[in-house]
Every structure is written in structure tokens, then in C-alpha cells.
Design a protein. Structure first.
Length: 247
């Protein structure tokens, strides 16, 4: 297993900017906020792109637009806890996300605007070990992001409307994939020192997380097991990813 420090790139090219693309508010905080906090602490600028606003939750009689506004506010507050202030909400329908050409274009637009060396997203594959995290929206976001990273964002012939907007092609050098099949996750980030910031980010999602102490305990146990499986010393906590060279 390979263990990455927060600012350790896959090549000689430094990582100055990283983009996280996920389906819903709170996805990044459950899956990668410790890593994001480590990146920002190391001086990497991080931005988020959220495909939906997570409005398909709560009571049936709640106003969906109001739920969307609340969840976006919660995500902005959560992002601030780990040093992220640049957030883009694409506002596709929650629960109905597909890796469409339109979604690929919109993610490509964010990539060309922000110009990251690294993109983190969710796996387009099913995590059979923990099926509840393999939401179809998560996998659709991952599939569309993979297509945006390669080939769309770097291809001047893809989505010509982006060129008309003044957004030149951009090549992402690294793709970090969260929540894929466990045997593919060979890169671990030690998040022991940023775990409290991860919990602070999760606490911001008050509409979604009711039993906060239980969630915190379960996460601590899970991340300790991840760290142990990747050879970190006893008592350490880690988040693990599949890292792909996309240069």
C-alpha cells in the first residue's frame, strides 16, 4: 500500500489546486473532509462542485426549494471548517442524476475555470462491501467527472460553447476516487490531526445528522480500521482512495 502525505503529488508537478466533485451536500464531509483539511493546511487551494443541492430529503410536505437553500447553506458552513470557500452548485435534480453530456459539460466548465492539478470524486463503481454509500447519484457524479477529466476538459473539440465562454482546455493530472471497491483503494491519507475539523464540518449538516455523537464514534472506528489496513501505526486515522494518473 502507498501512503500519501497531503501535498505529495504523483509526479514532479506540484499540486496547487484541487477540485472535489460530488453529488450531494455532506458527501465530501463524510468521505474526504479530513483529507481536504490536510490539503488546505498544506497550502493547496480546494474548491467544491456539487451536482445537486440535496433537496430530496426531509418531510414530504417541506418546500423543496427551502430544503435546497438550507442544505447549500450547511455545505458552505461545513466547507469553511476545512478551509474551502469556493463552491459551485450545479443544481441538478437530487435523486435523478445521470452522467449526461450536460453534466459532463458543466463539470468541465468548473475544471476549466478553476484549473486544478487534482480532482477528487466518487467512484462510478459499486462498493459491494458497503452498498449504502453507492447511491446512484454518487456513481453518476463519478462517471461524469471521469469523462470531464478525460477527455472533455482537455479536448478543445468537446463542448465548444466553453471555448466561446473564454474557457480554454485544461488537463487534470491526478484523479482521486473515493468509495470504490476496497481492493482499489491503495492510497491512504493520515487524517488523525484533521479529524476534529472533519467532525466540525459534519456538525454543520444539522438537518441531516441527528445522532452526532454516534456518527462521530462510528467514523472514528471506521477510519482507525482504514489506517490499520494501510499499515499506519496503531491509533491513527486515515481516509483511503484510488489514485489515477490522468496526465
Amino acid at each position: 500500500m502507498t501512503k500519501h502525505t497531503p501535498d505529495d503529488p504523483m509526479s514532479a508537478h506540484p499540486v496547487r489546486r484541487a477540485l472535489v466533485v460530488c453529488a450531494h451536500p455532506d458527501d465530501v464531509d463524510f468521505g474526504a473532509a479530513g483529507t481536504v483539511a490536510a490539503w488546505t493546511s498544506a497550502g493547496i487551494e480546494v474548491a467544491y462542485c456539487l451536482c445537486t443541492s440535496g433537496e430530496a430529503t426531509g418531510e414530504l410536505d417541506e418546500d423543496r426549494a427551502g430544503v435546497a437553500r438550507l442544505r447549500e447553506e450547511e455545505q458552505r458552513a461545513a466547507a469553511a471548517e476545512v478551509g474551502v470557500t469556493d463552491l459551485t452548485f450545479l443544481r441538478y435534480p437530487d435523486g435523478r442524476l445521470t452522467p449526461s453530456l450536460e453534466l459532463r459539460r458543466d463539470i468541465s466548465r468548473v475544471i476549466r475555470r478553476f484549473r486544478p492539478q487534482r480532482v477528487l470524486t466518487w467512484s462510478p463503481e459499486i462498493n459491494w462491501d458497503h452498498i449504502v454509500t453507492s447511491h446512484p447519484d454518487h456513481r453518476a457524479a463519478g462517471s461524469a467527472t471521469l469523462a470531464a477529466v478525460y477527455p472533455d476538459a482537455r479536448n478543445p473539440h468537446a463542448h465548444p460553447e466553453l471555448l466561446a465562454e473564454g474557457l480554454d482546455p485544461w488537463t487534470v493530472r491526478e484523479l482521486w476516487v473515493a468509495d470504490g471497491p476496497s481492493f482499489l483503494r491503495s492510497h491512504a491519507v493520515d487524517v488523525t490531526d484533521t479529524f476534529d475539523r472533519k467532525l466540525a464540518a459534519l456538525r454543520a449538516h444539522r438537518s441531516q445528522i441527528k445522532a452526532y455523537d454516534r456518527v462521530a464514534d462510528e467514523l472514528r472506528t471506521h477510519l482507525r480500521r482504514v489506517a490499520e489496513s494501510h499499515g499506519l501505526p496503531a491509533g491513527r486515522l486515515a481516509e483511503a482512495f484510488q489514485v489515477v494518473n490522468t496526465a
